[in-house]
Design a protein around this ligand. Structure first.
Ligand code: IVH
Length: 687
């Protein structure tokens, strides 16, 4: 080699080393930052996959230059620093993590590596478990009683989230003593994963949306966020569940294998996955992986891979660990369902409570078998925090069957033409000024006459979980509002056939059916009607609570916020929203319309304990009843479990007839429906 080449060669090595070192520092910095976002803020801005790639690269560089490994490198630490607001918990031993494998080769390489260290590995068998995408929890039991629950934190010190964990219904607060099962050890510390099933997550978001509240992004962050905030009531209101899979410490530990351990914990009464598989050898493990990858969508919770564990726990202990990862187990990740696309624009939905929700309009892209063009962007803070700009390339993720969502933008793919999004200060539907309520991130259009809100309100009012008016879909609602036939939901009850026939696409039959469906909805329960009103924060659950506590809308309209706060689950915000709703002039007018249209149910829940003598019976009322107002007769029947309908049919059990009955009387006779007086009605109820 010429001297010049030699110098160049040395210079290249020097430069490469310099460059590598720079890359290493940058990786460490980025990993620390993303670790913090993920573990402390519960708000990751990159995908797990991207994070894993960075980690793999950092490891690679450290493997090349072991002298560069510093004690504060992310590879030497277990997780993230605990947030300051919770009490700290020192774990009894390190709460380890797992090394990742992304391919069959990675798994085989892992096996060969450990087989070289210990010859028992070649004859060992395995347990394969789903790798649950949730929040690790460390659970302490003393004399069989749950005494403490902690997060993993940095693996040595976690956060004390006992009060929140206690709200997880599948967590045994006391290990039951069974005559035929194992006896609870004096001290037991176990590890598991808290998470939300995909179905429950979707239901939760549906409920929130119906109540006009902000929806959550994904099950993992919802579970982690709910457990790592200070209000146990909020944690309790989220459908968090648990599966346990490891013993950290026990005063009485007789199990020798992971398979026995899972059975032992199950027998003690803990929730343990029934999807774990025992595998005789590595080939069987790989078969399980291939099978599961196909059936991934059938697993009820989000899984990002499998955990392959050596079954023999002594062998696992003897193999020890590297950094934060035990040698005796590895996570075999599923390929992530993440795609890239372009954000073309940001649209804004106006919800029925007036909440403005931004959504992404994207270049159509296929993800997990579906073509996606739109995805929610949650709220304006989300766009700002993730610095999402119009024109950005964005990462879209779809986990399990969850609706796809945007993880964040890809800064390095920017060309400078991207536009920063400025949230509107006017409602895009009606042009009125938008407002922000104290303590909430959302912006609202507070114009009660906003057409977007009226349509959404209407849509909610007629929906399945509310008044359930069949045949009244979004299109017809839009037509009715557009033609000025209705201004609010109560106007539905004064619609007539002639008016409907003027609408495009309406013939006699369709108009009749719709009027019939609207009439049928008059006998819906009080809880459905309250839910249907669309009061901010009041969805199905809160509506049922209100119906349990108040007899009818009259009584409820007189309740003030202070009184409402005595109801289970009612905080100051909902209580105030209910009080305010009933105070509004337009709403008072609407209630009057309901009343005169006969849409005035009496609480069934309130009278649930009363003898439901008319349960299953259908009544029709006609004529003037002495000493009974029409509305009172209706309430009387309903409060005893009966149903009141408008028209006599073969399903009618009784016609309650007063003076000057109408044609209903003749119809009842023709159909041989029993005709009774107001007095007889009272008598039948034992009054
Ligand atoms: S075993 C030493 N088993 O995955 C044992 N972990 O990426 C290490 N995880 O922090 C954990 N499901 O929170 C194990 N069946 C399972 C798991 C599981 C989910 C999580 C766990 C861990 C992370 C590692």
């Amino acid at each position: 080699m010429q001297w010049k080449d030699q110098v160049n060669h040395c210079y290249n090595i020097y430069m490469n080393a310099e460059g590598l070192k720079q890359e290493l520092e940058q990786l460490r910095q980025e990993i620390r930052y993303h670790n913090y976002r993920y573990h402390v803020l519960d708000d990751p801005i990159i995908s797990d996959n991207e994070f894993d790639q960075m980690f793999v690269r950092l490891r690679e560089i450290e493997d090349m230059h072991p002298d560069w490994i510093a004690p504060d490198s992310p590879t030497q630490r277990i997780g993230a620093i605990p947030a300051e607001r919770f009490k700290k918990v020192h774990h009894p031993g390190p709460i380890l993590s797992l090394n990742n494998a992304f391919s069959e080769e990675d798994v085989r390489a892992w096996f060969e590596r450990i087989a070289k260290l210990d010859e028992r590995v070649r004859k060992t068998n395995f347990v394969v478990e789903p790798k649950i995408d949730g929040l690790t929890v460390v659970l302490h039991y003393r004399n069989g009683v749950f005494v403490r629950g902690a997060t993993r934190g940095d693996g040595e010190i976690g956060e004390d989230i006992t009060n929140n964990i206690r709200t997880i219904r599948s967590l045994p607060l006391r290990i039951p003593v069974k005559s035929d099962g194992p006896h609870p050890p004096k001290d037991l510390i176990i590890r598991g994963e808290a998470f939300i099933n995909i179905h429950d997550f979707e239901e939760l978001n549906k409920r929130l949306e119906e109540a006009g509240e902000q929806t959550y992004q994904n099950p993992r962050n919802t579970a982690a966020g709910s457990l790592r905030q200070l209000d146990p009531k909020l944690a309790a209101s989220r459908p968090i569940t648990l599966l346990v899979y490891a013993i950290i410490d026990s005063s009485d530990n007789g199990v020798a294998t992971q398979w026995e351990l899972l059975n032992y914990l199950r027998e003690l009464g803990f929730p343990v996955t029934d999807q774990a598989k025992y595998c005789e050898n590595l080939e069987a493990v790989l078969d399980v992986y291939n099978l599961w990858q196909e059936r991934r969508s059938q697993i009820p919770f989000e899984v990002d891979g499998l955990v392959i564990k050596i079954n023999d726990l002594q062998l696992v202990a003897d193999l020890g660990f590297v950094g934060k990862d035990p040698r005796g187990a590895i996570a075999f990740k599923f390929p992530a369902k993440i795609v890239q696309t372009k954000l073309l624009d940001i649209g804004i939905n106006v919800g029925r409570t007036g909440v403005l929700t931004p959504y992404a309009i994207m270049e159509p892209v296929e993800i997990g078998g579906v073509i996606v063009k739109k995805a929610t962007l949650h709220n304006f803070d989300f766009i700002k925090q993730k610095d999402i700009r119009i024109g950005d390339r964005v990462h879209l993720k779809r986990a399990g069957d969850v609706i796809p969502y945007i993880i964040g933008q890809i800064t390095k793919l920017r060309n400078g033409k991207e536009k920063i999004f400025i949230p509107p200060n006017k409602c895009p539907a009606c042009g009125e000024q938008v407002e922000n309520f104290k303590g909430e991130v959302a912006w609202y259009c507070i114009n009660a006459a906003c057409p977007a809100q009226i349509i959404r309100n209407m849509e909610h009012f007629v929906s399945r979980s509310a008044m359930d008016i069949e045949g009244l879909g979004f299109g017809i609602v839009k037509q009715l509002v557009g033609e000025g036939l209705i201004d609010n939901v109560a106007d539905l009850y004064s619609l007539n056939q002639q008016e409907l026939l003027k609408l495009e696409g309406f013939a006699e039959k369709k108009a009749n059916n719709l009027i019939q469906a609207i009439n049928t909805s008059k006998s819906q329960s009080l809880q459905r009607l309250i839910n249907a009103l669309g009061i901010r924060g009041v969805g199905e659950v809160a509506a049922a609570e209100l119906a349990r506590n108040y007899r009818n809308l009259d009584e409820l309209s007189k309740a003030n916020a202070e009184e409402l706060m005595n109801i289970e689950g009612f905080g100051p915000n909902i209580a105030k929203a209910v009080e305010d709703w009933f105070k509004k002039r337009q709403n008072k007018q609407m209630l009057n319309k309901f009343r005169s249209a006969g849409v005035w149910p009496v609480s069934e829940l309130r009278f649930a304990d009363k003898q439901r003598i008319f349960q299953g019976k259908v009544f029709v009322i006609t004529g003037t009843l002495s000493g009974f107002k029409r509305q009172e007769v209706k309430e009387f029947i309903q409060s005893h479990g009966g149903k009141v309908t408008e028209n006599v049919s073969k399903n009618t059990d009784y016609l309650v007839a007063g003076k000057n009955p109408g044609s209903k009387f003749d119809k009842a006779r023709a159909l041989e429906v029993e005709i009774i007086s107001g007095n007889k009605l009272r008598e039948m109820a034992g009054n």
